[in-house]
Design a protein around this ligand. Structure first.
Ligand code: SAM
Length: 254
């Protein structure tokens, strides 16, 4: 077992079934599984899908899975780091995974920028799930919340107790369902600057917007104050109180 790779294996078949059924897999669909581990989700997914592409970073786990599923023509095991692997961008797909905790946010960020999928069901650390779903005014609200919500509607399905894994992790997990929005909340052409503003605003969480943005974007305070006020945003607010809609208003002035 390699803790570094977030290897806590799910042993509860009931939870595994609930995860798979919530992905609403159709017989015509390809499902990408990230980190199949010992394969508790893989075989179940294959029963419903056209095929499963399971990407596992750990060589010995990947080799064992290749042997285990040698006769199942629907399952393809790829030994690779998902963060360095490029999925086929032409065909529609779904994602299902019990994500490795140490890289779960990087993996989510990667798939948000792919556009050939509609549903992803991911198990993540409960605290990460709270950050993903948080809205303005909450302590958990962060640039991760905004990133996810610009592209998806994210629903909490259920929590998974520690005892459902071997070895038992220190944290509780939560299963989330990401439904990709038909249209992102921010236009493609504005996304780069939008996310730069969001990151700059949250870099100094405790500072007021005027100070963090002036420091991070190199805009003089007087000038910035006027710009913020021209779009109806108080310069004295903190990032954690600014909604996605308000952040998108800033794109036109900054
Ligand atoms: N799906 C299995 C389960 O539910 O029991 C294993 C889940 S375990 C939390 C995470 C799995 O992701 C491990 O098998 C680990 O080796 C693998 N993994 C970690 N980092 C990865 C990466 N960057 N790319 C692909 N797999 C990764």
């Amino acid at each position: 077992m390699r803790a570094r790779l977030g290897q806590n294996f799910l042993i509860d078949r009931n939870i595994s079934r609930k995860i798979i059924s919530s992905a609403e897999i159709l017989p015509s669909e390809t499902v990408i599984e990230i980190g199949p581990g010992k394969g508790i989700l893989t075989e179940g997914i294959a029963k419903f899908a056209k095929n499963v592409i399971a990407v596992e970073i750990d060589r010995s786990l990947a080799e064992n899975l290749s042997k285990k599923f040698v006769d199942n023509r629907k399952i393809r095991i790829i030994k690779n780091n998902f963060l360095e692997w490029t999925p086929d961008k032409k065909n529609k797909m779904k994602f299902v995974a019990n994500l490795p905790y140490n890289v779960s946010t990087s993996i989510i960020e990667k798939i948000l920028y792919l556009n050939n999928w509609e549903i992803a069901v991911f198990m993540v650390q409960k605290e990460v799930a709270n950050r993903i779903r948080a809205t303005a005014g909450s302590d958990d609200y962060s640039s991760l919340s905004i990133l996810c919500q610009v592209f998806c509607k994210v629903e909490k399905l259920f929590d998974v107790p520690k005892t459902c894994f071997i070895p038992i992790p220190k944290i509780t997990s939560t299963v989330l369902k990401f439904k990709r929005l038909d249209k992102a909340l921010v236009n493609k052409k504005n996304q780069k600057i939008f996310f730069e503003i969001v990151r700059a605003s949250f870099k100094h969480r405790r500072k007021i917007l005027l100070n963090s943005l002036s420091m991070e974007l190199g805009i003089k305070k007087d000038e910035l104050k006027e710009k913020l006020m021209s779009v109806g945003i108080s310069p004295n607010q903190r990032a954690e109180n600014i909604s996605i809609e308000e952040f998108s208003r800033l794109v036109s002035v900054v």
